[in-house]
Design a protein around this ligand. Sequence first.
Ligand code: HEM
Ligand SMILES: [Cu+2]
Length: 558
Amino acid sequence: MTILEERPQFAFEAHEASLMEIVPGPRPHGIVKFVTSTDHKQIGLNYLFTGLAGFLVAGLMALVMRTQLIVPNNHFVTENVYNEMFTIHGTLMLFVFAGPFAFAGFGNYLVPLMIGAPDMAFPRFNNLSYWLYLGGFSLLLAGFLTNNGAAQFGWFGYAPLTEAIHSPGPGADLWIVGIGLTGFSGIFTAVNIITTVFTLRAPGMVMFRMPIFVWNILVTMFLILLAFPVLTAAMALLWIDRHLGGNFYNANKGGQPILWQNLFWFFGHPEVYIIALPYFGVATEILATMSRKPVFGYKGMIAATLSIGALAMGVWAHHMYTTGAVLLPFFAAMSLLIAVPTGIKFFNWIGTMWRGTIVLNTAMLFCLGFLAMFLFGGITGVILAQPVLDFQLHNTYFVVAHFHYVLIGAVMAGFGGLYYWLPKMTGRKLSEKWGKLGFALLFIGFNLTFFPQHDLGLRGMPRRIETYNAGMGWNFLNELSSIGAYITAIGVLVNAWNIFTSWRHGEIAGDNPWDGQTLEWACSSPPPDHNFEALPPIRSERPVWDANHPDMLTKVGH
Ligand code: HEM
Ligand SMILES: [Cu+2]
C-alpha cells in the first residue's frame, strides 16, 4: 500500500522567536580588569608592563652606578648605596625583568594563541602567579625602606656574607622572600604552560607543527621546574641559618659556604637559558616572518633547543672554577659543548634569512641586534669557559661585559618582540621612525657602555668596586662606559615614548600587519575573549601563511 497523504510539515520558523540571544553582562575594565582578570592576554600584558617597570627601575640604578664610576675617587654615592644598587639592579633585571618578561609575558599572551587554545589550562592559577610575582617585585624594592637598607651582597648572595652576623637587618630577608615569591610564580607558570601545551592544542596542531617560540617556551618551563625549586630550597636554608640557628652555610659552625654556591649555580646557570631560550623563540618568529620564509631547519632548531636545555643542567660549576672545589676538565668540556647547539641555531637563523625577501623594519633590526650582541657574548663565554683564562678574568669587568652582552642581546630580541606583537595586542602599530631611532640609540649606547669594559677587565679592574684611583689607567674607558649608559637611557626613553603614544595614536594594524605565518595572526587585533571564532586548517607549522598563500604552501614532512 502506498501512502499518498502528504508528509506533515514542521514549521521551524514558529520556534525561532523563542531562541533568545544571550547578552553577556558588563565586563570589568580598567583597574578592576587588571586585578581580577583570568584572561591569559590580560595577564600576559600585566607581566610585560610590570617587567618593563622593573627594567626602568633597575636601569635607574645602573645610571646611579655609572655616574659614580664616571671619574676616579668620586663621591656621588657611598659604598653602601653602591652595594645596594648593584645587588638590587642585578636581582630586578634577572628575576623581575628579563626572565618573566619573556616566559610569562610573551609566554602567557602568545602560547594559547599560537596553539589555537581559548586560554591557559588553569586561568585562576595564572592570576595567582602574577600576584606572587608582583608581591616579589614589591618586597625586593621594600628593602630600601628599612633602616639598614636593601641587600648588599650581590645578586648571587654568596655565603657567608649573607649570614645574619654579616648582613643584619630585614633588607636581606626581604631579598630572600622576594626572590622566593618570584620563584613560586615561575613554577606555577611552568605548570600552567606545560599543561596548556600538552592538553589544549587545536585539532591538527601536533607537536611538530607548533611554532618554535612555543617549543622554546616549553623547554624553558621544564628548566624552571628543575632549577627554581633548588633555588627556593637554598633560600629556605639561608632563612633557617639567619633566623632559626641553622648552620648550613656557616663554616665557623661546621657548615659549608660551597654548598650555597653549588645550590645557587645549579639554579643560576639554567637561569641563563631560562632567560635566553624564550628570546631565541621570539627572534626565530620575527626572522621567519620578516624574511617571508619558513623557519630553516625546523626540527633541527627544536633538537638544538632540547640539547641546550639538557646541557644547561650540567655546567653550573663553571661559575666556581676558582673555588678549587670542582672538577675543572668536566665542567669546561660540558660548557664548551653548549657552543655546538647554539652554533646550529645561528646557522639556522642565517639559513632562514638566506635568499629571503627581507623586510628591514624595527622589529627585524632589533633581531639583527640580538644576533650580533648575543654572538659576541657567546664568544666571550667560550673564552671564560676555559679555566686557564677564567682564573685570570674571574671577578673582573671582563665578566661584567660578557654577561651584559648576553643579557642585552636577549633584551634586544625582547624589544623586537614588542615591535612585532604589540600591534596584535593593542591593535595599533608602533611608529617606525621613532622605533629606528630608539634602536640606533640602544645599539650604540649598549656597545659603548659594555665594549670598553672588556678592556677594563683585562687591565685588572675588579667588579663591584664603588671607586678607583686615578692612576690605574681606567679613567678613559670608564668615562666612555658611563657616556654609553646615558645614551642607552635616552634610547630607552625614546622607545617608551613610542609605545606610549602609538598605543593611542598609532596606525591601525589590522589582523595580520606583517603577513605573519603562525596562528596568532588568524584572530583580530586585539583578539576577542577566548580568542578564536574559527581556525584555519592546520597542516604545517605555518597555517596562516598556508591559508593566505595557497600557491606557496609549506612543504610538510621536512
Ligand atoms: C641598561 C644598561 C645597563 C647598564 C648601564 C648596567 C650597568 C651595570 C653595572 C654598573 C653593574 C655593576 C657592576 C659592578 O659594580 O660589578 C651591573 C651589574 C649587573 N647587571 Fe647591569 N646594566 C645594564 C643592563 C642590565 C640588564 C639588561 C641586565 C639583565 C637582564 C643586567 C644584569 C646585571 C647583573 C646580573 C649584574 C650583577 C650584579 C651583581 O654583581 O650582583 N644589567 N650592571
Ligand atoms: Cu653559567
